[in-house]
Write a protein that binds this ligand. Structure first.
Ligand code: PDD
Length: 287
């Protein structure tokens, strides 16, 4: 039986209930996180918690837990669900809380709603480039909002873009801004490789500051054998790239071999992907 956490209580997931007057439900007024645990070991737990605390502060939702208290809560929830599989993701959702009326302004004296549950996630992909799952994507103009750095529960913009890819038989949608510059995927960050150099868009308001993105950059820089750059990338560069990757807590580093029906590079998973994924895999639990 899957155990959830709701406002201080651990309970069976099917029994968890919130009010329809919750601002998360009415306005998508909240912050969320998704954190992977493989065999009980988390990847990027503290960076995820830090991003969540920063997001809450940015939209002025009260945070009643220290980072260490969040860690204990999430580790406890994973332990209570250890019978649900070896690999679990934990979803954390904090909305502004339940009001008595529907009114746009932030209400005073309302307690945030905290809801967490776990779900099974797949084993990590093999690091062998001949065996890994290959992704196909479409590209489309990024029509979300100007605050994509906030991990908001208001995901309709992302959902519409994801659906564009999904309904046309693809795994994801790659997004570019009005200037034709790469931003990210509808539920992931993006990297390209050109002439052996790994490049990813800079961290600004146009993208989510992905924890997987950060772990990749930091672990590659620490290893030192590959070059990684953060800079603006045009869609022309994406279309001429040797490799394209998408990254997230659930996908880790996923190689994309088809974009808009055309092969990326030579249409095979690249050598740099394999090297980078091995470095990431060797150090991901250190973050
Ligand atoms: N998605 N960009 C967007 C728009 C995302 O939704 C995500 C994550 C990322 C990658 O972030 P991270 O590496 O911290 O997971 C980038 C999560 C997993 C989701 O919504 O399910």
């Amino acid at each position: 039986m899957s155990i959830a956490y709701l406002n201080g209580e651990y309970l069976p997931l099917e029994e968890a209930r919130i009010s329809p007057m919750d601002r998360g439900f009415l306005f998508g007024d909240g912050i969320y996180e998704v954190i992977p645990y493989y065999n009980g070991k988390s990847v990027g737990l503290m960076p995820h918690i830090t991003r969540m605390i920063n997001g809450l502060a940015e939209i002025e939702i009260k945070n009643s837990h220290t980072a260490d208290e969040w860690k204990t809560l999430l580790d406890n929830l994973i332990a209570k669900n250890s019978d649900q599989g070896d690999n679990l993701g934990v979803y954390v959702h904090i909305s502004r809380g339940t009001d008595v009326k529907r009114y746009h302004a932030y209400p005073e004296g309302v307690e945030p709603t905290i809801f967490c549950f776990t779900f099974g996630i797949k084993d990590p992909e093999p690091t062998d480039r001949t065996k890994v799952h290959q992704y196909s994507m479409i590209s489309t103009e990024d029509l979300r909002w100007q605050r994509c750095h906030i991990k908001s529960t208001a995901l309709l913009g992302n959902v519409i873009h994801f659906q564009e890819g999904y309904s046309s038989g693809h795994d994801e949608a790659l997004l570019y801004n009005a200037k034709g510059e790469l931003t990210e995927g509808s539920s992931c960050n993006a990297f390209i490789v050109k002439d052996g150099v790994i490049i990813t868009p800079i961290q600004d308001n146009q993208i989510l500051p992905g924890i997987t993105r950060r772990i990749i950059i930091d672990s590659l820089k620490a290893d030192g054998s590959l070059t990684v750059e953060e800079r603006t990338i045009t869609m022309d560069e994406v279309r001429n790239a040797d490799e394209l990757w998408i990254t997230s807590s659930s996908k880790e580093i996923a190689p994309v071999t088809q974009l808009d029906g055309k092969p990326v590079g030579n249409g095979e998973v690249g050598e740099i992907w394999e090297k980078a994924f091995k470095i990431y895999t060797a150090s991901k639990y250190d973050f």
